[in-house]
Design a protein around this ligand. Structure first.
Ligand code: CO8
Length: 374
């Protein structure tokens, strides 16, 4: 049998702290009441707008999200702070994101039955890295004792699939023997907990995947990567403006504009058809029909988006077995969502079963991998 590129292991690290919709809404509403009381005169004069209240029922209905995990819960619900507290770590200590990444990477290595000697390339791909350099990937590489090289990649919600495409191409080209693609999604520092439109959307998590050649694979649950496809199309509808120039532009780093913000309705309307078309054309390019798919590991942003995409393609609602949902528990974890779904729901598939991992989000960016169980 010809050699192929395989995904041989996946790891999922989940923070110990979580926040339910009810906790989040209680905190936001108490903060909004305090804000409105403090600014009652200005609100009455029409100088500023009153902060509207949030609702747990709205959040669940509009998004399917019931809770989210958070790396540091301290401060996030404190109405006098409304952002998590992270301790400053010294330069000789492991960074937060490296710590998350290593926890997920170790699980992926164990699942793949591999050790550090089998890996020579580390890609840390996620929505944000907590510093510019040295790369988090190089820190992780060093901590795990991997020889070779590592680099960071930022592609918002599609960072994992785009990173996997780089890994698959490197194995195919023979420039790497084993790749770790890691997604330490530390989203909470960029969440605006004072914005009812977006305070509920994101959670923290880390995922990792081992990619290698089938000839070296020793895993009980591995998948041939039949094809990868990535596209981007520029849009300002999802933005985070905080960056290394913020200090010199004298902008307020806490302003709404600096944090995650989006036109959610527009994103919903524009991205769903793009993602459906992307999946269909990717499958068809490989001579695969939508009906041939046993599993869809879809990006986990909004349950209604996933239902719409699968209905558009299948002509009916996908079952929970076909398109598993993790966003109810994890919320939107940027690029990690589809990989969490893959991590939790792959070992029941039989040899020959085909599935697709697909992410979509800011950029816009869409990435997909077609996998076949070995
Ligand atoms: N409670 C009560 N009411 C609310 C709340 C709330 N929490 N939030 C909004 N409302 C109100 C609105 O103000 C609006 O009121 P009105 O009709 O009076 O104006 C009404 O409810 C309806 O609001 P929407 O039209 O906005 O509601 P939707 O049904 O569209 O749902 C969603 C909002 C859930 C945001 C939905 O639009 C959605 O999920 N869209 C898709 C967005 C998406 O997938 N974005 C991707 C973002 S992630 C990404 O790409 C990567 C970013 C990198 C990570 C960042 C980490 C921080």
């Amino acid at each position: 049998m010809n050699a192929s590129v395989v995904i041989s292991g996946v790891g999922l690290w989940t923070p110990i702290h979580s926040i339910t919709n009810e906790e989040l809404v209680d905190s936001y509403n108490a903060w909004a009441d305090q804000f409105n009381a403090k600014n009652s005169d200005a609100i009455a004069e029409g100088e500023i707008e009153a902060k509207p209240l949030s609702s747990a029922a709205f959040i669940e209905k509009a998004s399917g999200i019931k809770s989210r995990y958070i790396y540091s819960k301290e401060g996030a619900l404190d109405i006098n702070r409304m952002r998590p507290v992270l301790e400053v770590r010294r330069d000789d200590e492991l960074s937060d994101q490296a710590e998350m990444a290593i926890a997920a990477a170790k699980k992926a290595l164990t699942a793949a039955n591999k050790n550090a000697n089998d890996i020579d390339m580390v890609i840390v791909s996620c929505a944000y890295t907590q510093r510019s350099y040295p790369a988090i990937a190089i820190e992780v590489q060093s901590a795990l004792g991997i020889e070779g090289f590592g680099f960071d990649m930022l592609v918002a919600c599609s960072a994992a699939t785009f990173g996997l495409q780089r890994a698959v191409d490197a194995i195919k080209a023979g420039s790497s023997k084993g790749v770790l693609v890691i997604n330490p999604e530390l989203t909470s520092p960029q969440v605006n907990y004072m914005d009812r439109d977006s305070h509920f959307i994101f959670g923290d998590v880390a995922t990792a995947v081992v990619v290698e050649n089938s000839e070296t694979c020793q895993s009980a649950h591995s998948f041939d990567v039949l094809s990868t496809k990535c596209i981007t199309s520029y849009s300002n509808n999802i933005r985070s403006n905080f960056g290394y120039t913020t200090r010199v532009t004298d902008q307020d780093p806490y302003s709404d504009d600096m944090l995650f913000h989006q036109n959610g309705r527009k994103v919903f309307k524009e991205v769903c058809p793009m993602a459906a078309e992307h999946i269909e054309s990717h499958l068809n390019s490989q001579g695969i029909q939508v009906e041939d798919l046993k599993r869809w590991w879809l990006h986990q942003a909004n349950i209604n988006m996933n239902l719409l995409i699968s209905k558009r393609l299948l002509g009916r609602d996908a079952t929970i077995e076909e398109a598993p949902v993790v966003l109810d528990e994890y919320a939107n974890t940027a690029s990690a969502g589809s990989i969490i779904a893959f991590a939790k729901y792959h070992d029941d598939l039989s040899a020959g079963d085909i599935g697709v991992i697909c992410s979509f989000g800011a950029g816009y960016s869409i990435g997909s991998l077609i996998l076949r169980k070995r």
